[in-house]
Design a protein around this ligand. Structure first.
Ligand code: NAD
Length: 478
């Protein structure tokens, strides 16, 4: 979807047809003091933090029920807000529901430690919330990304201020509405709206915000990390990627080619874990690339709710311009555009932000097009000679979010899977993700792990307690 700013409003534009979907009021930076103060009041006065875990869990389950009850509405709203195919949007609502249910369970089952004592005391740990936490999310999967932060942050007992992307602002207010209806105390979750450089930056810098959880681009992540470092508040960063997708000569070809195509063209490539660098073993390079090209050329690009749609529009018109500029630069670098490389032609595409599935080859691994994230349906293909060559090329970027490996040789898959610098490794599969399994990046793809039990600990700080059991008074000299 695309948005434009009009005075104090963000306007959500449906990228499939250019029509207006809705508007939200931009939060003025001057309002943040009061918003953060309300967050702290809710934290201190609502009793949320002190609520027994199984009771907090009950509210999280009620939020999950509320999301599930409105699945179709939420999926269609996200489809219009950011242009993703309806089926994917439904899956994202399911994922958000699953996330709230999962963290409800973690909330009431998470155990802390009783540690071995070395004296007459009982020593143990408890988890304490930070207080007011900022959650900042991108536009590509708002309903899912919002849940991935809000559910564990609430489960840990925090108050949350959620800032969705200015390019997909419509889902966060719905989550807030549903959470309130589910019994979440007032102001424990608040939503602020606006551009990252304004309200986002002011939120991150606000002295009342005690922890920052961010998902978005690496450049924004660096700037947020700098501010968090200066303020000495913990920060979790889920950032971009340029993930290698590797096909060895012995791979199950049918599955590998299907996964390569799904891995980059699913969500029109607007996925942090998109497999955007295809590495093919040299002996089968032409063959595999031809198969990928044949599939890419016949993908059904259509409106997000069209039957059989495989790729919808890009999320906004300005994002399409960025992707087109990326492809132009690849051409200028000497890349051969083997398919796509332009918007599709025809009346059905005329008013939408569509772009064709694009495959480029002929570039070296150091070309900017092989180093930088396009965050669109753009795949660069590269040959590799042997394992050593592959590892050097594949690890040769600043990123380290994910990778895919296709081979029937298990020992090789294991070796490569351990050698590649990536937070998630998929062997003979791609883009699988589950709430119960940690997710995050190596190198400039991020700091910290969301999802899984660690995903709740991210929003809590460990407190160590000692309870004296002394038979005698403590002495000054031990
Ligand atoms: P972005 O960095 O431009 O914006 C993300 C969010 O941060 C938005 O809400 C934005 O308003 C806000 N923001 C931007 N600059 C800020 C600043 N200085 N201070 C505070 N807030 C700021 O990213 P985007 O274009 O919305 O999303 C695309 C990027 O997100 C891609 O790089 C993609 O790989 C990444 N992403 C990563 C993951 C992951 O889990 N690793 C998931 C989805 C998307």
């Amino acid at each position: 979807m695309a948005t434009g700013m009009q005075q104090e409003e963000l306007i959500s534009i449906d990228p499939a047809n250019g029509s207006e979907v809705g508007r939200v009021r931009v939060t003025a930076v001057e309002e943040l003091d009061a918003i953060v103060a309300r967050g702290w009041q809710a934290f201190h006065r609502s009793g949320w933090k002190a609520l027994l875990p199984h009771k907090r869990a009950a509210v999280l389950r009620a939020i999950a029920d509320g999301l599930a009850a409105e699945k179709e509405f939420l999926a269609r709203l996200q489809m219009r807000d950011n242009g993703k195919p309806l089926g994917e949007c439904r899956g994202m609502v399911d994922s958000a529901v699953g996330t709230f249910l999962y963290y409800a369970s973690v909330c009431e089952t998470l155990e802390t430690d009783v540690t071995p004592a070395r004296g007459d005391y009982l020593s143990f740990t408890v988890l304490e919330p930070f207080g007011v936490v900022a959650a900042i999310t991108p536009w590509n999967s708002p309903v899912m990304n919002d849940a991935t932060k809000v559910a564990p942050a609430l489960a840990a007992g925090n108050a949350v201020i959620l800032k969705p992307s200015e390019d997909a602002p419509l889902l966060a207010p719905e989550l807030l509405r549903i959470a309130r209806a589910a019994g979440l105390p007032e102001d424990l979750l608040q939503v602020v709206q606006g551009r990252g450089a304004q309200v986002g930056a002011a939120l991150v810098a606000h002295p009342g915000v005690r922890m920052i959880s961010f998902t978005g681009g690496t450049q924004s992540g660096r700037s947020i990390g700098r501010v968090a470092g200066e303020r000495l508040v913990p920060v979790a960063l889920e950032l971009g990627g340029k993930s290698p997708h590797v096909v060895f000569a012995d791979a199950d070809r049918e599955h590998a080619v299907a996964a390569v195509v799904a891995g980059i063209f699913g969500s029109a490539g607007q996925s942090c874990v998109a497999g955007s660098r295809l590495f093919i073993e040299q002996s089968v390079y032409d063959e595999v690339l031809d198969q990928v090209l044949a599939r890419a050329r016949t993908l059904r690009v259509a409106a997000p709710d069209a039957s059989g749609v495989e790729m919808g529009p890009l999320a906004s018109f300005h994002h399409r311009e960025r992707v087109a500029a990326f492809v132009e630069r690849a051409r200028a670098e000497g890349g051969r555009v083997r398919c796509g490389g332009q918007a599709p032609e025809g009346a059905e595409y005329a008013s939408g932000a569509y772009y064709l599935p694009t495959v480029i080859d002929g570039l070296g691994p150091q070309a900017l097009s092989c180093q930088e994230e396009a965050f669109g349906p753009v795949l660069v293909a590269l040959p590799f000679r042997d394992e050593a060559d592959l590892i050097e090329q594949a690890n040769g970027t600043v990123f380290g979010l994910a990778c895919g490996i296709w081979t029937e040789n298990f020992k090789r898959a294991w070796r490569i899977g351990r050698a590649l610098e990536a937070g998630s490794v998929w062997i003979n599969t791609y883009k699988q993700s589950v709430t119960s399994t940690p997710f995050g990046g190596f190198k400039s793809s991020g700091i910290g792990r969301e999802k899984g039990i660690d995903g709740l600990r991210l929003y809590a700080q460990v407190k160590s307690l000692y309870v004296g059991l002394h038979a005698q008074p403590l002495s000054v000299a031990k």
